[in-house]
Design a protein around this ligand. Structure first.
Ligand code: GDP
Ligand code: MN
Length: 381
């Protein structure tokens, strides 16, 4: 789960990190009221899960009511790299002289968390990592001991951070590490940490990703999940307990097992189609689960056809087939064509009972995918 900036900032502030005064707003009036109570100048910042909001026009500074109104009108409702902005964070603007990067993530190559600091903050850190990796100071952490204070100081020193703010920046890094560990986070990151002309250190942005499989250990963070979900479908997937990722194509995909679903995505692409989603309904495919999966896929207005790729294992093929039949029985007419491929335990029994009046049934995965791609108006080779 990726938190929004405003949520991550709440968590960071709670942990003692310095963040600007801020209020969330959903309308121009709310932006004006927030700016009034915070005091000008303010920064108005789009709350969507995209990087580089600044460059894309999702962040504006305002020094007066007129400018705040203009900023609110232009950002609220705008399309930012495919996401509609319906909330902005109104924040005391920071008058900065320097922008740093501070973050903690998992270094899978090393099998250890890594704490990082760079003097080249404010910009796309992935670019910095690619073009001048030496500009990012790194300390690998033994999780048994945590980030030692000397390591935090060394990272800050190696990054060339100026002496008079070094200990404050090291403090930010240590807190980000503790949060990373305590919250089962995948990343905790501030880019930029701003240094003001008064030599104050302020966390001007905040990124926090939590490991979904550990969310049950953090009810306070899990509570933020609904508000963090970027669209209705993601919220629905959370509710149903599905692994779901929305993609940009028009062939809906449902399968039981992540590998099976990935293979289906690849084949849809191979046959000239474009997958609309990744959706793994997991083990057990009772009618309710299948119905929920269909509800998800049919709710995506981009979807023009659906392919079911089911492999009977412990869950038998005939049970899944029954689940599919029951789930589609609720429709007088299916909104979009469905192609089913069933293999594994009791596949034959399953194929026999599938309702072929309503469904296309294919023996092979290749055949099923090609048919779904054709239904969706794509090519197929
Ligand atoms: P991101 O581009 O989505 O990562 O959004 P950030 O919150 O990192 O902001 C991007 C850039 O906007 C910063 O690096 C600053 O240059 C600018 N910016 C953001 N907040 C402020 C602010 O309070 N004051 C000023 N002057 N600039 C800001
Ligand atoms: Mn940023």
């Amino acid at each position: 789960m990726r938190l929004h900036e405003y949520q991550a900032k709440e968590v960071f502030a709670e942990a003692g990190l310095p963040t600007p005064d801020a209020e969330l707003a959903e309308s121009t009036d709310e932006v004006l009221a927030a700016a009034e109570s915070i005091g000008y100048p303010v920064a108005v910042k789009a709350q969507v899960h995209v990087g580089g909001r600044g460059k894309a026009g999702g962040i504006e500074l305002a020094e007066s009511d007129d400018e705040a109104r203009e900023a609110a009108d232009s950002i609220l409702g705008m399309d930012l790299k495919g996401y509609t902005v319906d909330r902005v964070l109104v924040e005391a603007a920071v008058d900065f002289v320097d922008e740093l990067y501070v973050g903690v993530t998992m270094d899978r190559g090393e099998g250890k968390p890594v704490a990082m600091v760079s003097s080249e903050g404010g910009v796309n850190i992935e670019e910095v990592a690619e073009e001048s990796p030496e500009a990012i100071a790194r300390e690998h952490v033994d999780p048994a001991f945590g980030l030692h204070p000397y390591q935090a100081r060394r990272a800050v020193y190696d990054a060339g951070v100026e002496d008079d703010v070094a200990s404050d920046v090291a403090g930010v890094l240590s807190t980000l590490y503790d949060l990373w560990e305590d919250s089962d986070a995948e990343d905790t990151e501030v880019n930029p940490v701003m240094v003001t002309s008064d030599r104050e250190v302020i966390c001007a942005d905040a990124v926090m990703n939590i490991d979904d499989d550990a969310l049950f250990r953090h009810p306070d963070l899990a509570e933020m999940e609904e508000a963090a979900a970027e669209d209705d479908l993601e919220a629905k997937a959370n509710e149903y307990g599905f692994d779901y990722v929305r993609l940009e194509g028009n062939v809906g995909i449902i399968g039981n097992g992540a590998g099976l679903v990935m293979t289906t995505l690849d084949l849809v692409d191979y046959y000239g189609g474009a997958p609309a989603n990744f959706l793994d309904i997991g083990g057990g495919a009772k009618a309710e689960r299948v119905a929920n999966a269909l509800d998800m896929v049919f709710s995506d207005e981009n979807v023009d056809s659906v392919v079911f790729n089911i492999f009977g294992g412990i869950t038998r093929g005939d049970e899944v087939a029954q689940g599919i039949n029951d789930a589609i029985a609720q429709f007088d007419e299916l909104p979009k064509p469905i192609v089913v491929r069933l293999a594994g335990t009791n596949a034959e029994e399953g194929m026999e009972i599938l309702n072929t009046d309503a469904l296309d049934v294919e023996e092979t995965l290749e055949g099923a995918v090609q048919k779904a791609v054709e239904h969706a108006g794509g090519e197929s080779r």
